[in-house]
Design a protein around this ligand. Structure first.
Ligand code: EPZ
Length: 424
């Protein structure tokens, strides 16, 4: 298994290109199942999660090609052979549940494995299932699988009021509703930019959607959807992660393709720590010179609030900030697994339930540490940029799920970082 070696190396200077969003791509890909015509995604990120979704779609009979040669993913679901999404693939990635709504809407039935547990929380899929039931689907949980059937004549438009603005449940309901009979209104819908991106793509495919990106989405079902070509929106979590690199190591980095609107709540917090953010012709420039960052408190919330997917990385900055910061995690119940690893690097962190209190220390020290999930692993790498000596992060397969060419991107800004393969 690969490891990543980081040596704290002083200020960074350079540019980083932001890739297409993993989490947008993972919901745009299942949209291919809604149509027999080709769906092409440009600006797709080259990540292991995207390969897992390709494998899942291919296992259903879809054709998926292109990523190895560039950023274009060409998909066709003209010939679907099976409507069963197997446990062996689904268990690798929870986003697999996103094939359920599209298959049910187009083919009238689907059998999808339940994803199972996850390192950051229980992550049930009850809201996905309730939304589909509201559209008339008959669901049965048997042998670890959801067996879903649409009523005769297909799914029906419905009013769906989510008790919590779930990203995935909104995506599943939105995709299913595009082919349902009549009008669907999703209330308390998630407002993440990935939802608006999905709605843009579905609209190009012929769907009638209003209000995506707000908390009420209205969808008029259509009889069929066609093909489209769609660029994947920029990855706001990758953007926020690399904005933290100069914030932690010092220096100045320009993030090409980043916009402030994608990370507004996070950018406000980062500025409150004393980091400078300026908009440039090509993206955002982030700089911290001299002074230690100041501690700021953070509460994670659904978009447009501070994203849970940047909490671990923000904690890495707070580890060396001046003062004490309180970080409250409100989305997932077990998302502080990076804290014990950061403590191994000399950080002072106290975790009680969903709250972590971090008192900044002047200097972190490199240590061997272990990645537990995607965002936790990158927080350890960020911390390593500011640590004295060597940090070796193991289990970097978590990192490869969501960060494309991380060593090259940070290396190009002067970071001392390398991947050690077992064969080295
Ligand atoms: C998406 O997960 C992202 N994944 C996550 O990205 C992200 O952390 C999360 O949204 C929140 O922003 C993808 O887009 C592929 P949710 P999702 O449904 O859709 C509870 C990353 O690092 N819930 O909004 O699974 C759930 O347990 C990650 O890239 C239910 O109770 O998130 C959680 O506590 C990991 N029942 C909360 O809602 C449900 O049916 C938010 O989950 C669904 C969710």
């Amino acid at each position: 298994m690969d490891r990543i070696l980081v040596r704290g190396n002083g200020p960074l200077d350079g540019t980083i290109e932001i890739s297409g969003a993993k989490n947008a791509c993972l919901t745009l890909m299942p949209a291919t199942l809604l149509t027999e015509e080709p769906l092409t995604l440009t600006n797709a990120p080259r990540l292991s999660d995207i390969r897992t979704m390709s494998t899942l779609l291919q296992s259903l009979g879809a054709e998926v090609s292109g990523l190895a040669n560039g950023r274009v993913l060409a998909m066709s679901s003209h010939n679907i052979d099976t409507l069963t999404a197997d446990y062996d693939i689904v268990r690798k990635m929870r986003a697999s549940i996103l094939v359920l709504g599209p298959m049910l809407a187009r083919f009238g039935s689907a059998v999808v494995s339940l994803p199972g547990g996850c390192a950051i929380g229980a992550r049930p899929v009850d809201l996905h299932l309730k939304a589909l039931e509201a559209m008339g689907a008959d669901l049965e949980l048997r042998d670890g699988y959801v067996h879903a059937k649409a009523p005769t004549g297909g799914l029906r438009g419905a009013r769906i009021a989510f008790p919590f603005a779930s990203v995935g449940a909104t995506e599943n309901a939105l995709m299913a509703a595009t082919l349902a009979k009549g009008t669907t209104i999703i209330e308390n819908a998630a407002r993440e930019p990935e939802i608006a991106d999905l709605a843009d793509c579905l609209t190009k495919m012929g769907a009638h959607i209003d209000g995506a990106g707000t908390s009420t989405i209205t969808i008029e079902g259509v009889d069929r959807l066609g093909g489209a070509t769609h660029p994947v929106v920029a990855d706001r979590i990758e953007l926020g992660t690399y904005m933290l690199a100069p914030a932690i190591a010092g220096g100045s980095v320009e993030l090409l393709g980043g916009t402030r609107a994608l990370v507004a709540a996070f950018a406000d917090k980062l500025e409150a720590t004393g980091v400078e953010i300026t908009e440039t012709d090509k993206g955002l420039r982030v700089a911290r010179n001299g002074e230690r960052a100041r501690a700021v408190d953070v509460v994670t919330e659904p978009f447009p609030g501070f994203p849970t997917d940047l909490q671990a990385q923000m904690m890495a900055l707070m580890c060396t900030a001046q003062g004490t910061a309180v970080l409250e995690e409100k989305i997932f119940e077990n998302r502080f697994m990076h804290a014990p690893e950061l403590i191994r690097m000399g950080a002072s962190i106290d975790v009680h339930g969903g709250t972590a209190t971090v008192t900044g220390v002047e200097q972190l020290r490199g240590a061997p540490v272990m990645a537990t999930d995607l965002r936790a692993s990158v927080s350890l790498i960020l911390a390593g940029l500011a640590a004295e000596g060597e940090t070796v992060v193991s289990r970097v397969y978590h990192l490869d799920r969501g960060y494309e060419r991380l060593e090259q991107k940070l290396g190009a800004c002067g970071a001392n970082i390398e991947r050690i393969s077992d064969d080295d």
